[in-house]
Design a binder for this molecule. Structure first.
Ligand SMILES: Nc1ncnc2c1ncn2[C@@H]1O[C@H](COP(=O)(O)OP(=O)(O)OP(=O)(O)O)[C@@H](O)[C@H]1O
Length: 227
């Protein structure tokens, strides 16, 4: 049986807007991601995709339920342990690249590695290897403003993979790109994910992209159901 990389059990989350108003966003969401599995997360706007991704990536805590990554139950772990687990095991990609504008493409990939304890030479070599893998070997010294939208997003993928995570969480990773670029850049992301064998949960509104993943889950009334 293949190893479980992410397990969410009975996740509940609401936002209080002042009593008695409370938005119950997640109402017992369950999800298991096996090693190497790529799952599309599909839901209408406002259904709670970002909330779920933040909880799965240890950026937010659920009101109830269990979050396990790489077999470790991190639900009740200290902030310090959660930060360490996030840095070492989880990579994030968002709709916007969020690259640091004053640093080059390579430096944007080096910095998270240094923060995670890597040496500068090792970090630099990994940044160059990742950029080469997404076809950007000639862009290592470019700042984000000198890159196209698709190139910026490919650098963001490399940054997400900088610390060799087990799990990639992506929130509309190609949502800012025109359809043709989105298609190509998504192909690059899938290539990287398959090559590294990591598990991924990718939120998308694009059903064509969803169909290219191993499985689709839908967020409906706060629970995850097969798509
Ligand atoms: N900090 C917050 N305070 C109050 N309500 C919030 C907060 N964050 C999210 N919500 C509400 O929770 C619900 C889910 O939000 P979330 O951002 O997770 O949805 P989403 O599915 O990612 O939406 P989209 O596809 O539009 O990005 C929405 O109704 C939103 O208004």
């Amino acid at each position: 049986m293949s190893e479980t990389v992410l397990r969410l059990t009975g996740i509940e989350k609401g936002y209080k807007l002042g009593r008695p108003n409370e938005v119950r966003v997640l109402r017992g969401a369950d999800l298991t991601l096996a090693a190497g599995e790529v799952v599309a997360l599909v839901a209408p706007s406002g259904a709670g995709k970002s909330t779920l991704l933040h909880i799965a990536g240890l950026l937010d805590t659920p009101d109830a339920g269990r979050v396990e990554i790489g077999g470790q139950d991190l639900s009740a772990a200290s902030d310090r342990a959660r930060t360490a687990a996030r840095r070492g095991m989880v990579g994030f990609v968002y709709q916007f690249h969020h690259l640091l504008p004053e640093f080059t493409a390579a430096e944007n990939i080096v910095l998270p590695q240094l923060a995670n304890g890597a040496g500068p030479a090792e970090a630099e070599a990994r940044a160059v290897a990742l950029l080469s893998a997404v076809g950007l070997a000639a862009r290592t010294d470019h700042r984000p403003a000198a890159l196209s939208g698709g190139e910026q997003q490919r650098v963001a993928f490399c940054r997400a993979l900088a610390n060799a995570p087990r799990l990639l969480l992506a929130d509309e990773p190609t949502g800012n790109l025109d359809p043709a670029t989105s298609d190509t850049v998504f192909g690059t992301l899938m290539g990287l994910v398959r090559e590294t064998g990591l598990s991924a949960l990718i939120a998308t509104h694009n059903l064509d992209l969803a169909a290219r993943m191993d499985r689709v889950v839908r967020l409906e009334a706060g629970r995850l159901v097969p798509g």
